[in-house]
Design a protein around this ligand. Structure first.
Ligand code: C2O
Length: 549
């Protein structure tokens, strides 16, 4: 293994989409940002220098950060933000992961323009567990706002109302031909009869997406940098925070043909979703030519069929098919016994409107979001520092409840989950505890699914279902053999999901809904994992350039 060095200069750049030119925050003037390429086992060192007025941090989403919690990145959780004119070096090793992850800013809504792929290749000489692709292409979904997204979220937080939705979804930063005044389209140029590996990332702020390519079938081989049992599908579902590698087999002979690829949201319940479609082109090159000589003309293209906005049946069916590869070379180390059990209700709620504000939530309240009715408040210093230096007093408490304050029941009318309290409460886990967590979706206005992301760990999705979780019956149906292993899971709309993980990584680890509007409303919490007895089980001291608050 080797060390890979990168430099990220956070700087502004004028970018035009949908006939609107805005000064956006970028890494090195690139949008989407540069890709990080490493092999399993490599060390990655990224020096981030902040040249803009906004505070920033960068998170290496899905990278396990064994013993290197200081490099994880969520603002006020593992570090104070990098302020204007300051820099910070993120230094971590990629252990036991191969596939696609991504990096993104982890403060406020800055990740809307600050994101890029992390490509993790297998160790040198180790093949993929599938046929070697002819080419590998990152496909990143995102969102474009014609106005400043920081102003959008600031206003939403002020008024307690839902924020404005974005103006377009994007594929590799480009909205594509189905939007008005959209000049740029992502084009994937392919040769006939070849296999391409598409490394797909959903970096959108607030929407789970369906994706498909007209007349082509995709084979899922890896999610969240974990190999899966391959399965064929015409459509994939990908939530913010998830990554999915698929193989695309091109047709034997189709010179110059073009097909539309498209993505649009899966959202349920609340009406405030943009139901528009981003599209790109799959273009077959003429025979014997490796780049197109003529611009593609025929735009009467076949369009892929995508599920409708509320197609929960498709979503459940798709996620139900995902399985870990779970063979001798890539075993699934699912915890077979449980040391600590948790049951969390996750969803939207409301909190009283502060007296000096006009709030636009239901009945004069303010929108909030919570886990076990606690809307998590970020401290003004970093939780990890407070933990490491034994200075938690006044920063956080360790009484996060293992269960909600009253039982949640879908058949009750209305579900009594609407009022939340604020708090900075954490759960403390002993090193190496085996944890089972059931997350039950709650909603006061319709039903909405929440992609929950856990930092510092992968977890196994051992069960999921609709309605109320039944602790007497449901565990008997858990898959403890080859459940999918990942870092972000959709808590199903109107249902629950059960995950297991081993708390073998010391530090403070954020868990939150990866819909950023829900994150800032408080659908977040954090776990403290204590050190283990061995030197390799202890959180190392912070680097000397760790930013100060
Ligand atoms: Cu991708 Cu806490 O984030």
């Amino acid at each position: 293994s080797i060390t890979r060095h990168y430099k990220f200069d956070i700087q502004r750049k004028n970018v035009t989409r949908l006939c609107h030119t805005r000064s956006i925050v970028t890494v090195n003037g690139e949008f989407p940002g540069p890709k990080i390429v490493a092999r399993e086992g490599d060390r990655v060192i990224v020096r981030v220098v902040n040249h803009v007025k906004n505070n920033v941090t960068i998170h290496w989403h899905g990278v396990r950060q064994i013993q290197t919690g200081w490099a994880d990145g969520p603002a006020y959780v593992t570090q104070c933000p990098i302020q204007t004119g300051q820099s910070y070096v993120y230094n971590f090793t990629i252990v036991g992961q191969r596939g696609t992850l991504f990096w993104h800013a982890h403060i406020s809504w800055m990740r809307v323009t600050l994101y890029g792929p992390i490509i993790i290749l297998p160790k040198r000489g180790v093949p993929y567990p599938f046929a070697k692709p002819y080419k590998e292409i990152p496909i990143m979904f995102g969102e474009w706002f014609n106005t400043d997204p920081e102003a959008v979220i600031a206003q939403a937080l002020q008024t307690g109302a839902g924020p404005n939705v974005s103006d377009a979804y994007t594929i590799n930063g480009l909205p594509g031909p189905l939007y008005n005044c959209s000049k740029d389209t992502f084009k994937l140029k392919v040769k006939p009869g070849k296999t391409y590996l598409l490394r797909m990332v959903n970096a959108a702020l607030n929407d789970e997406l369906f994706f498909s390519i007209a007349n082509h079938t995709l084979t899922v081989v890896d999610v969240d940098a974990i190999y899966t049992k391959p399965f064929k599908t015409d459509i994939i579902l990908i939530t913010p925070g998830q990554t999915t590698n698929v193989l695309l087999q091109t047709k034997p002979s189709l010179p110059c043909a073009s097909f539309l690829m498209a993505a649009r949201p899966y959202a349920t319940g609340l009406g405030a979703f943009d139901n528009t479609t981003t599209a790109g082109l799959l273009e077959y090159l003429p025979p014997g030519v490796s780049s197109p000589s003529t611009p593609s003309k025929n735009l009467t293209l076949s369009r892929p069929t995508l599920p409708s906005l509320n197609d929960t049946a498709f979503a459940a069916n798709f996620t139900g098919k995902l399985r870990s590869l779970a063979n001798a070379q890539f075993p699934a180390n699912v915890p077979q016994t449980v040391d600590r059990r948790f049951y969390f209700t996750v969803g939207l709620g409301t909190s009283p409107c502060p007296t000096n504000q006009t709030c636009q939530g239901p009945n004069g309240t303010k929108f909030a979001a919570s886990v076990n009715n606690i809307s998590f408040a970020l401290p003004s210093t970093a939780l990890l520092q407070a933990h490491f230096f034994g200075q938690s007093k006044g920063v956080y408490t360790t009484d996060f409840p293992s269960n909600p304050p009253f039982p949640f029941n879908y058949t009750g009318t209305p579900p009594n989950n609407s009022f939340v309290t604020n708090g900075t409460k954490l759960v403390v886990l002993p090193f190496n505890a085996s944890v089972e967590l059931v997350m039950q979706d709650t909603s006061i206005q319709g039903i909405e699914s929440h992609p929950l992301h856990l930092h510092g760990f992968n977890f196994f999705v051992v069960g999921q279902g609709f309605g109320n979780y039944d602790p007497a019956k449901d565990p008997a149906k858990f898959n403890l053999a080859d459940p999918i292993e990942r870092n972000t899971v959709g808590v199903p709309a109107g249902g629950w999901v059960a995950i297991r993980f081993r708390a073998d990584n010391p530090g403070v680890w954020f868990m939150h809904c990866h819909l950023d509007v829900h994150t800032v409303w408080g659908l977040r919490m954090a776990w403290v994992v204590n050190d283990g007895p061995l030197p390799s089980q202890k959180l190392l001291p912070p680097p000397s350039d760790l930013p100060k608050c």
